[in-house]
Design a protein around this ligand. Sequence first.
Ligand code: 5GP
Length: 180
Amino acid sequence: MEKKLFGKPIITQESMRRRIKSLGIKIARDYQGKDLMMIGVLKGAFAFFSDLVRAVPIPLEVDFLVVSRQRDKRRKDGGTVKIISDIASEIKGRDVLIVEDIVDSGYTVTFLREEILKRNPNSLKFCTLLNKPERRKIQVEIDYICFEIPDRYVVGYGLDYKNKYRNLPYIAALDNITAE
Ligand code: 5GP
């Protein structure tokens, strides 16, 4: 690991473990008796998703989708979001909870909400590991947030910089880099 890129964790493994445990219990209470389908948004949410689903002590199903976001500052909507690999499950009439790594501008969540609602779930909620409210370009409602963070570019625990550092077991900030 290149030490000069980042220093101490800004969120430690221990604080993530504690927060995810209590969030898992809250989700289980909210979805007791419902038909819960948790959908992880790859690649960034893979580590959080696998810890979170194991902290939710009720029956549930999992699926995944892969999105890509092409940023374009010239466009009013900041670029385009595309599903590059879709879920395999039918979600009509089910209680869907989308699990994201980080909500930044809000465009990805907005796009996913529209896409998933077209498929007529019984309910749709969003959960994110990290929320950067200072960066919001479009108002979005997030139902479960693990941590609010300031406007710093972060890596680790699934989040990358140029596809590296996803395996870092904690969240660290990369200084002098901002999400475009
Ligand atoms: P949004 O559509 O909300 O702007 O974008 C969210 C996506 O931007 C995340 O799923 C993630 O891929 C990327 N992103 C935003 N901020 C950061 C950050 O601080 N670190 C990393 N690694 N990705 C980020």
